[in-house]
Design a protein around this ligand. Structure first.
Ligand SMILES: Cc1cc2nc3c(=O)[nH]c(=O)nc-3n(C[C@H](O)[C@H](O)[C@H](O)COP(=O)(O)O)c2cc1C
Length: 256
């Protein structure tokens, strides 16, 4: 059973590769969490996987909330439990933060998977160059094969890029980022550019966006900051304040 969350398709691509190769089933964390579902039953010998993007050197807080509430019937000390986190660069103490949220479910294996960056909301952050994006995607295709082998063999392994000063990033920089930088207060829509296609409303994993009477989007305070609305807007009408106006946009090519 593979629990997945993805903003712009990188983590969903990884989760699908694993599910196909391991003949496993996918469970959409955002859908389950927003519908209040948190109880599952394992088949005999089935493993538990979590696949999600790193957000501010930790799992998206919504993924931690889901992990904290999780009930898995059939789980035992022999159940293999693993996580894969996609990231632009490095993950800090994401493994330790997820493990804390999981409580008695022990992570046997953890992997990071570098993929194109999606965080663009602060000065100095932008999407990768075309060349970097291409080489990250090529490398990810290679690396996912290693992950599949390790997971299929139920290895106990921590194979992650924590980066420099992981404790500082995850325990000093992350908390203010989560409390102040991970909300929808600064999203805005250029009503001249907006075509009223409704894609942002339909695609928001949290069901957080509604249409105003004029047909433009309105964010309602339950945002997980995945940036799907911003990156997928076909008209580039959505921005996070003025900071993203001149920035690039990215979503995985298999994510529609
Ligand atoms: C709010 C936010 C915070 C992020 N924080 C990090 C980070 O701490 N480290 C990192 O390497 N990448 C970070 N990223 C980049 C994503 O982890 C990376 O692009 C990921 O592959 C996106 O996956 P997705 O397409 O499944 O959403 C962040 C992205 C967002 C939107």
């Amino acid at each position: 059973m593979i629990f997945w969350f993805s903003g712009t398709g990188n983590s969903l691509w990884a989760a699908k590769q694993l599910a196909t190769a391991l003949n496993d089933t996918l469970v959409d964390i955002a859908h389950e969490h927003t519908h209040g579902n948190h109880e599952y039953t394992l088949r005999t010998g089935e493993s538990i996987g979590f696949v999600f993007p790193t957000h501010a050197w930790g799992p998206p807080p919504m993924v931690c909330d889901f992990a904290r509430d999780l009930i898995v019937n059939g789980y035992s000390a022999t159940t293999h439990c693993y996580m894969v986190t996609t990231c632009g660069d490095d993950i800090g103490l994401t493994v330790e933060i997820l493990q804390k949220a999981l409580g008695d479910f022990k992570l046997n294996a953890a992997f990071s998977l570098q993929m194109p960056n999606t965080y663009i909301c602060l000065p100095g952050f932008d999407v990768d160059s075309h060349d970097t994006e291409h080489s990250k995607l090529m490398a990810a295709k290679q690396r996912i094969g290693h992950l599949i082998t390790a997971i299929a063999e139920r290895r106990n392994v921590i194979d992650v890029v924590r980066g420099a000063m992981p404790w500082t990033k995850s325990h000093i920089l992350r908390p203010p980022f989560v409390s102040q930088g991970m909300n929808d207060k600064h999203f805005m829509c250029d009503s001249d550019a907006c075509t009223r296609c409704g894609k942002c409303v339909a695609q928001c994993p949290m069901g957080n966006i509604v249409r105003t009477e004029g047909g433009t989007p309105q964010w309602n305070g339950n945002c997980t900051m995945c940036l799907r609305c911003l990156h997928l807007c076909p008209a580039r009408a959505i921005n996070y304040g003025k900071a993203t106006v001149k920035k690039g946009r990215y979503h995985h090519s298999e994510f529609k």
